[in-house]
Design a protein around this ligand. Structure first.
Ligand SMILES: Cc1cc2nc3c(=O)[nH]c(=O)nc-3n(C[C@H](O)[C@H](O)[C@H](O)COP(=O)(O)OP(=O)(O)OC[C@H]3O[C@@H](n4cnc5c(N)ncnc54)[C@H](O)[C@@H]3O)c2cc1C
Length: 503
């Protein structure tokens, strides 16, 4: 390719959605990816444990895979992604034998949810949500502010949503439900990122993840998360774009106050009319740009930038399915380990205090239950993450095996006999995650903190919340931009619309 019109730095889902959107409009797009082995960033699949076992290295479940406008644009272009589902999308068992489950559509009628009254309350909420989901998601995922979808929602629905979400996770759960089993469901989904059950305005994320699971569900792509990346790269290439692996960008060249070119580690300079960065916000504004090109107050703000917590990720090759005590957990794509709201609060306090959580809250993925292609016949894969402090005394290299044993002990409590099914395990501490993907700063999977005051017009910082950066022709298109973490592709898709307009 001669000099492209557009360079995208980074091939995570946001970088690739940005690239495909621009390539489809006729721009010549080149994506530069630091990883020498594969595109996709935190959306990829590798044989982490043993040959024949396909493990998702980052994202494993895709609540927006069938609903986000970016994914819908991909579906109309080339071979689609085959979405698979288990009987339940998410199961929340506890040691006392209580259980609550989220299922999609018709399946919700028979899903246990603490008590009969709570199951009924959740079904009613799911019916309300189904009626407003497309406008709500358009409002939440589009460039902020998304006036038109908000107007389509109408005053009565907006008022009801605002009343639901103007609360902490604990506040909303306690208002809606009577049983502890039901109450732990939505706040435990907020903890996919750094939103604790007692955090101000923390109800929103649990609501979105919990209720979208009742419509599109937590789809599992057949063959692994890598098939999403492959579909995106395929779409890019069909539109004359390309991805170059092993190409880490070291510097962005600014000429006459415009982003003019990128310089790779080996010194190669590539000129472009627009540059989209699927990078961390601080990485872009403090490292890739020369200090003279960034206002000093922007640099000062980036030095104070608040990252989310670290992530501790494990994968196992198993000889048999996990023997959960709770029957429903044996049929669920995702299982969340947390006893109660208080258990979630204790976990949050410990991570925030820089301590290793005594009883880690767990997000456990059972992809191979829905997708047998992930493991050799009769075998299973298992995926799990929890949150931890990014840095700990003595370093992660010394602590990782011991903490991994603690994670296994928590699963064993809920599924006696689990340890006996383990054939191999693979561990990624926060430092391992960051070493493999520079965007996962300190193991933060959320593109910076997802607290309420780090969202909307504060993401990544005011006034740069609409993808344009302080240098003309330069855009931030990663999850550090609105609407933030998760594989919806909308940070990239929205940034591409801005760049196309400017070009
Ligand atoms: C363990 C884990 C579990 C997760 N689980 C889920 C889940 O189940 N569902 C969900 O929706 N989301 C999940 N997420 C979050 C989701 O994966 C991210 O929000 C999403 O991948 C962000 O996409 P991105 O394109 O912004 O960045 P990333 O996916 O992080 O990709 C960034 C890419 O840019 C490259 N890059 C960075 N700097 C440079 C440079 N200077 N030069 C060249 N290349 C560069 C990196 O190598 C990387 O490939 C998870 C994330 C992790 C880590």
């Amino acid at each position: 390719m001669t000099d492209p019109d557009v360079v995208v730095i980074g091939s995570g889902p946001n970088g690739l959605f940005a690239a495909t959107a621009l390539a489809r409009r006729g721009f010549r797009v080149l994506v530069l990816e630091a990883n020498p082995r594969r595109a996709g960033g935190a959306v990829g699949t590798e044989a982490l444990t043993l040959p024949g076992f396909r493990h998702d290295v980052g994202a494993g479940f895709f609540p927006f895979g069938q609903t986000s406008p970016a994914f819908r644009s991909l579906a109309s272009d080339g071979p689609g992604i085959e979405w698979l589902h288990a009987k339940y999308e998410s199961c929340h068992p506890a040691l006392d034998g209580s259980v609550a489950c989220i299922a999609r559509g018709e399946g919700l009628a028979a899903a246990p949810f603490g008590s009969a009254r709570d199951a009924d309350a959740f079904r009613k909420l799911a019916r309300f949500h189904a009626g407003i989901e497309s406008d709500l998601l358009a409002a939440l995922l589009g460039p902020f502010p998304s006036i038109r979808p908000l107007a389509r929602l109408g005053f009565a629905n907006l008022w009801r949503v605002a009343r639901l979400l103007a609360a902490s996770g604990r506040g909303l759960a306690s208002r809606l439900f009577e049983s502890e089993a039901a109450r732990r469901v939505l706040p435990s989904l907020g903890l996919h990122v750094d939103v604790g059950p007692d955090d101000r305005l923390g109800a929103a994320l649990g609501y979105v993840l919990g209720l979208t699971a009742t419509t599109g569900g937590y789809g599992v792509p057949k063959g692994g998360a890598q098939t999403i990346t492959d579909a995106l790269v395929g779409s890019l290439e069909r539109n004359a774009g390309s991805v170059r692996l092993g190409a880490r960008c070291k510097r962005i060249v600014v000429r006459e106050r415009r982003a003019a070119a990128v310089v790779l580690e080996d010194g190669t300079e590539i000129a472009a009319r627009a540059i989209l960065a699927d990078t961390s916000a601080a990485g872009l504004l403090l490292s890739l740009l020369d200090p003279v090109d960034v206002p000093s107050w922007v640099r000062a703000s980036m030095r104070r930038f608040r990252q989310g917590w670290g992530t501790f990720k494990m994968d196992w090759a198993l000889s048999a399915p996990v023997p959960w005590r709770a029957e429903a957990a044996r049929e669920s794509a995702v299982v969340h380990a947390a006893e109660s709201l208080d258990d979630l609060s204790r976990f949050t306090r410990q991570v925030r205090a820089g301590q290793l959580p005594e009883r880690p809250y767990l997000v456990v993925g059972q992809q191979s239950l829905a997708d047998p292609t992930r493991a050799p016949a009769g075998r299973q894969t298992l995926y799990c993450y929890t949150h931890v402090p990014s840095r700990i005394e003595g370093g992660w290299a010394a602590a990782r095996e011991g903490f991994a044993d603690r994670v296994e002990a928590r699963i064993e409590e809920l599924a006696p006999g689990f340890r006996a099914t383990i054939v191999a395990r693979h561990i990624m501490s926060p430092s391992d995650l960051e070493a493999g993907n520079a965007n996962l700063v300190g193991g933060d999977l959320g593109g910076g903190s997802n607290a309420w005051n780090r969202q909307l017009l504060f993401r990544p910082m005011f006034p740069y919340f609409r993808y344009r950066m302080p240098v003309a022709g330069l855009y931030l298109c990663s999850s550090y931009a609105h609407p933030g973490a998760g594989v919806h592709g909308m940070c990239g898709y929205n940034a591409a619309q801005m760049a196309a307009r400017d070009l």
